[in-house]
Design a protein around this ligand. Structure first.
Ligand code: G3H
Ligand code: ZN
Length: 283
């Protein structure tokens, strides 16, 4: 069933576990996520970035996501990831997304609050949940590029002001992760997660979670992370499986045979993440 993001994340927040939010760009990725969620009885969030929407079209992604959610035996939210454009966010709401992110992290606190409030006024009026971001998460996520030197951690006091003023449903925090493939091992600021959680008491979101060691993820969840975004790890599984298949079967031209192993590989990765995040059996 299709549910709002906050329905899924409120339960995770109250019961101290996290739900995976996996990036989708095509049917095989959607199916891999839903099959993994059903087989592990996990709630799940399908999310599309602006790049994903540009690639597939908002109508296709919305139709795929809603069909998958309606057919699924587990709760599914359809979420816009890193929305930076007010009109596109409205378009997603119009097409039935049940959750949207307004990423105003490139602005100062006041402007980020103002743009977030503007989105929330409309989204909440029609029952759509909202994620915002405070602090700047480093790395590259499609067309959003934040240089390492520009990345800034979330200030807990600012987080408190931000949440009080906007009434946002869940907050993405910058605590040491970055988008894309890590060069070294990421070091998370666990004290910061703990302090922010105590001060805002709403679900917190971890971006750039691919490649973060399992132990760090577990600790982050125990301290209050409730939504964990994964894109790069699915891309790696997808591309590796296709390369391996074509290396073994260079003459095969059947898209079903080529994409089948990719879907299977992504599904295995997703199931492991669900186990790690603690969402298994929570549907
Ligand atoms: O918004 C999406 C994520 O933060 C994905 O990050 O590609 O490092 O897994 P990742
Ligand atoms: Zn992100």
């Amino acid at each position: 069933m299709l549910v709002t993001g906050i329905e899924i994340l409120r339960h995770a927040h109250e019961n101290n576990y996290a739900v995976g939010a996996f990036n989708v760009n095509n049917m095989e990725i959607v199916q891999a996520i839903i099959e993994a969620a059903e087989e592990t009885n996990s709630p799940v969030i399908l999310q599309a970035s602006q790049g994903g929407l540009k690639y597939a079209g908002v109508e296709y992604i919305a139709a795929l996501g809603k069909l998958a959610a309606h057919k699924a035996k587990v709760p599914v939210a359809l979420h816009l990831d890193h929305g930076t454009d007010f009109q596109q966010i409205m378009l997603c709401i119009r097409h039935g997304f049940s959750s949207v992110m307004i990423d105003g992290s490139k602005y100062g606190l006041e402007e980020n609050i103002a743009i977030t409030k503007k989105v929330i006024e409309v989204a909440h009026a029609v029952g759509v949940s909202v994620e915002a971001e405070l602090g700047k998460i480093g790395g590259t996520e499609d067309d959003i590029v934040v240089d390492e030197r520009e990345a800034t951690f979330t200030d807990p006091k600012e987080a408190k002001i931000f949440v009080d003023e906007t009434n946002v449903d869940y907050l993405a925090v910058a605590v040491g992760t970055a988008h894309g493939v890590y060069k070294g091992e990421p070091e998370l600021d666990f004290d910061r997660i703990k302090t922010i959680k105590e001060m805002v008491n709403i679900p917190l979101v971890l971006h750039g979670s691919s490649g973060v060691p399992d132990e760090s993820i577990k600790r982050a969840v125990s301290l209050g992370i409730n939504k964990i975004n994964i894109d790069t790890d699915l891309r790696i599984a997808f591309a590796t499986a296709i390369k391996d298949f074509l290396a073994d079967n260079p003459d095969n031209i059947d898209p079903r045979k080529i994409l089948g192993p990719a879907k299977k590989a992504m599904k295995e990765v997703i199931k492991k993440k669900m186990e790690l995040f603690g969402s298994v059996g929570r549907a």
